[in-house]
Design a protein around this ligand. Structure first.
Ligand code: HEC
Length: 111
């Protein structure tokens, strides 16, 4: 009986460790967004008015699909949205896109 308990305990410690490790290797979409995107796109996906002055093409993300966001990150858009293919891994692009989706439909720019 005692032996069974020890095995169960050892297994649960191992499983907890494995879960923590998986979480640690998952890219942090929120942190990546703050680092790479917030300056132009705003903390919640609505660009600050002064950025819209600099980049008139900037709009709120609206209801873009995650795949469309990843496509923009791969290839860029227009002349001011640069591709992030050399700065973000595919998993990081997915994580940033998923984070942007948490904003929901944003308010129009400048509001
Ligand atoms: C230097 C400022 C700048 C930075 C930094 C920037 N963007 Fe952009 N982004 C723009 C501009 C300007 C546009 C509008 C491009 C156009 O339509 O001509 C844009 C457009 C987009 C679009 C398309 C929006 C639409 O409605 O089609 C997505 C998605 C996007 N950016 C995501 C990101 C993400 C994610 C990051 C960070 C990894 C990022 N951007 C960083 C300036 C920036």
């Amino acid at each position: 009986m005692r032996r069974t308990m020890t095995v169960i305990l050892a297994l649960s410690v191992w499983a907890t460790g494995a879960a923590a490790q998986a979480a640690a290797t998952e890219p942090d979409g929120a942190a990546l967004y703050r680092q790479h995107c917030r300056s132009c796109h705003g903390a919640k996906g609505t660009p600050p008015a002064r950025m819209v002055t600099v980049y008139p093409a900037l709009t709120a993300f609206g209801d873009l699909a995650a795949d469309s966001i990843v496509a923009v990150l791969r290839h860029g858009k227009g002349k001011d949205m640069k591709a992030f293919a050399d700065r973000l891994s595919p998993a990081e692009m997915q994580a940033v896109a998923a984070y942007i989706k948490t904003f929901g439909a944003s308010a129009p720019p400048g509001s």
